[in-house]
Design a protein around this ligand. Sequence first.
Ligand SMILES: NC(=O)c1ccc[n+]([C@@H]2O[C@H](COP(=O)([O-])OP(=O)(O)OC[C@H]3O[C@@H](n4cnc5c(N)ncnc54)[C@H](OP(=O)(O)O)[C@@H]3O)[C@@H](O)[C@H]2O)c1
Length: 308
Amino acid sequence: MDTVFNSSLLLHGLVVIGGFTVLFYLFKFSWKCWCGFRAYVLSEYWQTDLRTYGQWAVVTGATSGIGRAYANELARRGLDIVLVSRSEEKLHAVAMEIERSYGRQTRVIQTDFTVGHAIYPAIAEKLDDLDIGILVNNVGMNYAGMLVYFMDIANPEQRITEVINCNILSVTQMTRLVLPRMVERGKGLIINISSEAASEPQPMLSLYSATKIFVTYFSRCLNSEYSPRGVTVQCVAPFVVSTNMTYNVAVSAFVKSAPDFAREALNTVGHSSFTSGCLSHALQVRTYANMHSSLGGSQWDSVFSLRN
Ligand SMILES: NC(=O)c1ccc[n+]([C@@H]2O[C@H](COP(=O)([O-])OP(=O)(O)OC[C@H]3O[C@@H](n4cnc5c(N)ncnc54)[C@H](OP(=O)(O)O)[C@@H]3O)[C@@H](O)[C@H]2O)c1
């Protein structure tokens, strides 16, 4: 009698635990779907007014690709733009394009981010009198035109320093320049362009993917530190966007054009602090993550010879 009673109690207990587990996963799944729907679909109609952050937006690496597209899109949405890049000629061309198309003010800062810490006092001086609401830390570079072993990087002594200066130091130093005033005013937006290449270790892209995971972690930590004080730090991690960096690969369902990417990514502001930037890339990330977990992390790693 006792045994029958105990087993039915156990059965009921298991049913209750199972029910709660199913409910928990259903809720989690629905929540994720809602967040994705809000960030990538609803955001098309439900956009944050970016002018509320301040009058000026600063964009690094602003003369081509994703940076140029962000600069144009921010101007279209009513901000004045500071363009920061290496080539004076390209800077003036993009500044002209923005002034003509959107009637916004522009300012250009010619600098080379590979140089290192010495460039920042001059940048600080040029930004000093501006009400900067948004910073887009976009500039970034790879260290070779193709996949290479770390030891095969050409001129490694110089190249390693250049990549770290451009991809990591620029993000931290530019943030240091604008963040104090944003915190003082209690509002601001910093957008850091990381990469999907940071989601997993990427052999043959070792230095690049390592610099990008730095950007991701730095952004997410800063967002936790400063969002309670009114400053949002958004990390954008794209898959493939057709730019010079990707040899202007053809645009497709998987590959975004830079203008489309920037427009969709800016729509996600206020909806997500860590985003792929657009629906197509978010779906690719999900598929990639599912493949990763169904293959098993360690098997996946060994496909790429990460572990012996
Ligand atoms: N394209 C993609 O598929 C993809 C995917 C994931 C992440 N990303 C990231 O997105 C960001 C932009 O990439 P992109 O594809 O748009 O690259 P891109 O087309 O090569 O453009 C790079 C921009 O940065 C400037 N720049 C390059 N080196 C510089 C330096 N040392 N100092 C100052 N400015 C410099 C370039 O202008 P000048 O030549 O005039 O200096 C250009 O305006 C990068 O951080 C990249 O890692 C790109």
